[in-house]
Design a protein around this ligand. Structure first.
Ligand code: 5GP
Ligand code: MG
Length: 486
């Protein structure tokens, strides 16, 4: 078995919040729609992008560093032959800005060719890798996505795709939404806890799998349904139909609540819920729990918009105003190792609109506080612009713990709420008042039981046993700032 292009793990571990696409068409090259699908998922990963196609005889791939629009030229797309394709966009992780991290992972072996794109993070990669190495698998990489691909390839030597995936899934622990392509067969898999999203869509001449439904909309398709937790969906080679196999019975549901709060596009539908409406509802709940009567309420663009709109709609007498102008050309791959650089970046990105702020009491609404840099800088900016008082309202509970499930949160000691009370955080960001939304309200707004959500970054209670958790395991790379724009 020879490893093709496979990601390498940086020393602090993989933290991959990514976007995946898989497309199978009747009689049309799949590369271009895959490219557009990735474009629609750009917010899920800006470090690298890749497309792998299969033309019935052989695999073709093109991967590179940067945004989708930068990685592929027209010629690159034209060279990607075949009516089957999978694609991937990868989220930036500091220290991991390396072409070897680009996905999809590709392998060619005795049973054909395999390509795999992964969104999520396994928690038992080390054990899996050790088991495979013992059986003689040489790894050019130790990233979890490559381990999944190798495991699957080994199983494909003596099983069909469904059997091979079933065997592999039994060994995987953690969060994964995968699109895979075995020769020209495209399939999607969602982890048994449903931690990461994956949705099936129908085009006029084929089928598509994508992390978010916004990709299906972009292609002019219709949502068929979400891939169910623990399910394998195999697309017919002509894209006319799909077969679904419930390979794992979930013993609990653990959808990532942060998809609803921050990651997903507001125009995406996850598990039947339009993310925008969920965020507006979170905003309404925020008013109900912690509303404060100020002259104006304003969002942190763009992440706080839907929250502020819901909050203001629930308030009787609070005017809505855009108080911060966003420089739309600032955004991605700001690798900012120092606090100073992060603070500068906030000011580069956002500037107050003086007339809506001056002499006023202001409520500033955002989705989340991670390190506290954004809130601290914005409170200061609003005061400089003449705000009389600044009250901060956050549409999620305090983030107090790292994410092991594929989201690139900051390491624990960087999280402003990890060791501090709400009032200490309020003082640290310089606000007149600060309130977060409760866990109960989050579940209610999403329309689910709290027990069915993964809120590990809030509670420290994870859906999987995390080796070394609550001790000092180095978990995440420092977060690359640069809001994804949602
Ligand atoms: P902080 O400045 O507190 O570290 O981060 C809070 C801001 O970052 C919020 O405006 C929120 O929208 C955004 N944010 C939350 N999670 C993430 C993330 O994982 N990556 C990036 N780039 N921004 C995030
Ligand atoms: Mg933001």
């Amino acid at each position: 078995m020879t490893a093709g292009r496979a990601p390498k793990r940086d020393q602090t571990g993989p933290t991959e919040k990514c976007g995946v696409v898989g497309i199978s068409l009747e009689d049309r090259a799949a590369a271009l729609p895959t490219y557009y699908g990735l474009y629609a998922l750009q917010h899920r990963g800006q470090e690298s992008a890749g497309i792998v196609t299969h033309d019935g005889f052989q695999q073709h791939d093109h991967l590179g560093m940067g945004l989708v629009g930068e990685v592929f030229s027209e010629d690159d797309i034209a060279a990607l032959n075949g009516e089957s394709a999978i694609g991937h966009v990868r989220y930036p992780t500091a220290g991991g800005v390396d072409a070897a991290n680009a996905q999809p992972v590709t392998l060619s072996f005795e049973a054909g060719s395999l390509a795999l794109g992964h969104n999520g993070n396994l928690v038992n990669t080390d054990a899996l890798r050790a088991a495979l190495s013992e059986q003689g698998h040489a790894f050019s990489s130790d990233a979890d996505s490559a381990v999944i691909a190798h495991d699957l390839a080994r199983n494909l030597l003596d099983e069909d795709l469904v059997g091979a995936v079933e065997s592999t899934m039994e060994r995987l622990h953690g969060a994964y939404a995968l699109t895979i392509m075995h020769d020209d067969t495209v399939a999607g898999i969602r982890d048994p806890e449903g931690n990461r999203p994956l949705v099936i869509g129908e085009l006029e001449d084929g089928l598509v799998l994508a992390s978010e439904s916004a990709a299906i909309d972009t292609l002019g398709g219709e949502i068929v349904r979400d891939v169910r937790p623990g399910e394998l969906v195999v697309l017919a080679e002509d894209g006319s139909d799909f077969d679904a196999y419930q390979l794992q019975e979930p013993d609990r549901r653990a959808s990532c609540f942060f998809e609803y709060v921050y990651f997903a596009r507001p125009d995406s539908v996850i598990d039947g819920e339009l993310v925008y409406e969920t965020r507006r509802e979170l905003g309404r709940q925020l008013w109900a729990e912690a509303g404060v009567e100020t002259d104006v309420v304003m969002p942190v663009p763009d992440s706080g918009r839907a929250f502020a709109s819901g909050y203001q709609a629930a308030a009787e007498d609070v005017e809505f105003a855009e108080g911060l102008m966003k420089n739309r050309y600032v955004g991605r791959t700001f690798i900012m190792p120092t606090q100073e650089a992060r603070e500068q970046a906030v000011r580069l990105k956002l500037n107050p609109i003086r007339s809506t702020v001056e002499g006023k009491s202001v409520t500033l609404v955002d989705d989340s506080i991670v390190r506290g840099t954004t809130a601290h800088e914005l409170v200061e900016l609003l005061r400089e612009a003449g705000a009389e008082s600044v009250h901060v309202r956050i549409g999620a509970p305090p983030i107090t713990a790292p994410c092991y499930m594929g989201i690139d949160m900051a390491a624990r000691d960087e999280l402003i709420a990890a060791e501090q009370t709400v009032d200490e955080t309020r003082a640290a960001i310089g606000a007149d008042s600060l309130a977060y939304l409760s866990q109960e309200a989050v579940a209610e707004a999403i329309g689910t039981e709290q027990a069915d959500l993964c809120m590990g970054c809030v509670t420290g209670d994870y859906p999987y046993d995390i080796e070394g958790e609550a001790t000092d395991r180095p978990v995440t790379a420092p977060r690359i700032d640069g809001d994804s724009g949602t």
